[in-house]
Design a protein around this ligand. Sequence first.
Ligand SMILES: [Zn+2]
Length: 104
Amino acid sequence: MLKCPSCGQGKVLSGYLTVKDQCAHCGQDLSHARTDDGPAYFTLLVVVAIVFPMFGLIYSLFTPRPLWVALFMVVLSTALALVLLPRVKGVFIGFQWAKRLHGF
Ligand SMILES: [Zn+2]
């Protein structure tokens, strides 16, 4: 939900992917969050798991032109990744906070 794992009210991210230093609502120090590339890898895993089976489904139901399918999949993959990436990063920060990792 992109909310502070401590109070559930303040936002965790400022901008698209930048982690705030602290929660504006409760003052929870968020500077300890170290997500590195984890959210990007996990987002890629989820997007591929959704998009890849769609190739088979589309080709089994229709006989589309490959260029249209490629174009559709590129747009779908990009949109899914852009929507999921900040949320997955929020999940990583929440998990680190819950397990008291990295100085939380
Ligand atoms: Zn908070």
